[in-house]
Design a protein around this ligand. Structure first.
Ligand code: DC
Length: 209
C-alpha cells in the first residue's frame, strides 16, 4: 500500500493486516528512525554519510519508540533522509524479507508497489485531498493533547508531498497494476471496507483458473 502523508494508508494497512491476520510493517517508521538518528546533524556536511550509516545500522529495536517517531518533525526529517539513494537501498532488503515471510504481509509506504514489492499480490495506492489530510493529521495531534496550527501543518504536508513526489530515488507513483483508492470523502470504516473489497476482488481474480 502506498500513498502520501496523512492519506490514511497507515490506518488502512493496519486494518487490512488485522482483517487478513497478516503482519504489518509501516515502512515510514524506518525512514523516521533514520531521520531521528541524525536529527542533530541536519546542516552538517556529512549529513548524508551519517544517514547512510544509520540506515545500515537500523534494526527493529530502533522502531520501539513510536511516539517520538510519529511527530511532524520526525516526518520532515524522514523525508530528508529518504532522498538519499543509499539510505533507500540499505533498507530495501529488510522490507523485502518482511514482505516475503511465509503467509505474506502488509507493507505501507511510498515505493512498496513500484520498488520494494513489484510482485505483490495486490497493490493499493491511496490518495486524498491535501486539505482533508491536514484535517485528519490535526485531529490526531489534538487527540494527543497538542495544539495545532492548521495552516503551518498544511504547508508542511505540501512541502513533504513535493519532496516525496520529486524524490528521484523514490518510486513514488502508482504502479501500473495498482488499485487507486481516493479516501477524501470516506471515513476510516468506509475506506477500510473499500480496501477489503479491492483486495478480495483482486485475489478472487487471481485464483480463477
Ligand atoms: O509515511 P510517513 O509519513 O511515515 O513517511 C515518512 C517519510 O518517509 C516520507 O516523507 C517519505 C519517506 N518514505 C519513503 O520515502 N518511502 C517509504 N517506503 C516510506 C516512507
Amino acid at each position: 500500500m502506498d500513498g502520501p502523508a496523512a492519506s490514511g494508508k497507515g490506518t488502512l494497512a493496519a486494518g487490512l493486516a488485522a482483517h487478513y491476520r497478516l503482519p504489518h510493517l509501516d515502512t515510514g517508521l524506518l525512514y523516521r528512525a533514520v531521520g531521528r538518528a541524525v536529527r542533530n546533524h541536519v546542516d552538517a556536511p556529512d549529513f548524508e554519510a551519517r544517514a547512510i550509516a544509520a540506515a545500515r545500522a537500523l534494526d527493529a529495536a530502533h522502531l520501539a519508540v513510536p511516539d517520538e517517531l510519529t511527530t511532524a518533525e520526525a516526518g520532515v526529517l524522514a523525508s530528508r533522509v529518504a532522498v538519499v539513494a543509499e539510505v533507500r537501498q540499505a533498507m530495501r532488503q529488510y522490507q523485502r524479507d518482511f514482505a516475503h515471510q511465509p503467509g505474506g504481509a502488509v507493507l505501507d509506504g511510498r515505493d512498496i508497489g513500484t520498488v520494494v514489492c513489484p510482485d505483490a499480490d495486490v497493490k493499493l495506492f491511496i490518495v486524498a485531498d491535501a486539505r482533508a489530510r491536514t484535517e485528519r493529521r490535526a485531529r490526531q495531534f489534538e487527540a494527543r493533547g497538542h495544539r495545532v496550527n492548521r495552516e503551518a501543518l498544511y504547508a508542511q504536508i505540501e512541502e513533504r508531498d513535493a519532496r516525496d513526489r520529486n524524490n528521484p530515488h523514490g518510486g513514488f507513483y502508482p504502479a501500473d497494476d495498482a488499485h487507486l483508492l481516493d479516501t477524501t470523502q470516506l471515513d476510516i470504516e468506509a475506506a477500510l471496507r473499500a480496501a477489503i473489497a479491492i483486495v478480495d476482488g483482486a485475489m478472487a481474480r487471481k485464483e480463477k483458473p
